[in-house]
Design a protein around this ligand. Structure first.
Ligand code: NDP
Length: 303
């Protein structure tokens, strides 16, 4: 089978996994399924995004989410609120979105202002609309392996790994990071694919040695250039989740230029895992709409 155009072999260097193109392909698949579903249920899937405060990076993320949602033929509802909003009012807003039959997905952009308890706010989201996959119910379903919405960034990692490598069952995956947002769900999602999984974190001893055993290395520590080329097993697939703002611009957790000479596959930063996160968010919104309507769709993430 020919390689998709986002898997780009290069002479003498790791095959590049172009996340921007991959996200474009996934967005197109979502758009096709969304159009078919809309004609059956008489309305378009709808994602509601709540943004509290003035964090500039959050505003950029939300703008991108809105643009991509609309481009895929989904409806985007945006709720911008001031940083001094009371937590109780935010919870009331989320509850009203839970009750709105035309809203399929709810995303509360993080971080929230310091006076709010982010966990309490997230737990208010109806798990049927939890397109970020961050509620305790969604996390529990992931652990159980039962039907549910999975976190976006780690789902994007698994999808890309499968597209790049084909059958990943039995491969050893090392995930650096154990956050609720990325590390833990990434480990569980790779386990679901029958990988052998090691979770590494800031207390891991001999981290470089652990990484050298990885067939797939997922770097999600948030430490610029931490993973050096000699941490990588020759031929391994390196998925760089890190987004670090430095004087040199946006960089990942992997020292890219040296590592692309050792790895078999590698994602760049920017343009790697980052764009995939929104693509999965749209796929999750589509899935939530279909499930709520009792309709079956072809899962764009399954192909
Ligand atoms: P967190 O800060 O919540 O978690 C970081 C994890 O990395 C922790 O488990 C921590 O270990 C571990 N860690 C930190 N330093 C080291 C170290 N020196 N050695 C080993 N492990 C270490 O971050 P997130 O999980 O939210 O995000 C991780 C990165 O991914 C960030 O750069 C973030 O910007 C990026 N990100 C990118 C997204 C995308 O769309 N591409 C989406 C979400 C995040 P411990 O638990 O022991 O403290």
């Amino acid at each position: 089978m020919p390689l998709p155009d986002f898997i780009q072999p290069r002479d003498g260097l790791a095959t590049l996994i172009d996340g921007k193109r991959a996200a474009g392909a996934l967005d197109a698949a979502v758009a096709a399924q969304a159009a078919a579903l809309s004609s059956r249920i008489g309305r378009k899937p709808c994602l509601a995004v709540v943004l509290v405060g003035d964090d500039p990076a959050s505003h950029v993320y939300v703008r991108n989410k809105v643009r991509r949602t609309e481009a895929a033929g989904l409806i985007s509802q945006e709720f911008r609120r001031p940083a001094d909003m009371a937590e109780a009012d935010l919870i009331t807003l989320v509850e009203s979105l839970n009750a709105d039959p035309d809203v399929d997905g709810i995303l509360v952009q993080m971080p929230l202002p310091g006076h709010m308890d982010a966990r309490r706010v997230v737990e208010t989201i109806d798990p049927a609309k939890d397109v970020d996959g961050l509620t305790a119910v969604s996390a529990g379903r992931l652990v159980l392996g039962s039907h549910g919405l999975r976190p976006c960034t780690p789902s994007g990692c698994v999808w890309l790994a499968k597209k790049a490598l084909g059958d990943i069952s039995g491969l050893h995956v090392v995930v650096i990071g154990r956050s609720i947002l990325v590390g833990k769900p990434a480990a569980l999602l790779f386990l679901e694919q029958n990988c052998t999984v090691t979770i590494a974190h800031s207390r891991t001893r001999d981290l470089a040695d652990v990484c050298r055993t990885a067939d797939i290395l997922v770097a999600a520590a948030g430490r610029a250039g931490m993973v050096e080329a000699d941490w990588i097993k020759p031929g391994a697939c390196v998925l760089d989740v890190g987004i670090n703002r430095t004087d040199a611009g946006l960089v990942g957790d992997v020292a890219f230029e040296a590592s692309e000479k050792i790895a078999g596959h590698i994602t760049p930063v920017p343009g790697g895992i980052g764009p995939m996160t929104i693509a999965v968010l749209l796929a999750n919104t589509l899935k939530a709409a279909a499930t709520r309507a009792g309709e079956k769709i072809l899962d764009p993430l399954a192909g």
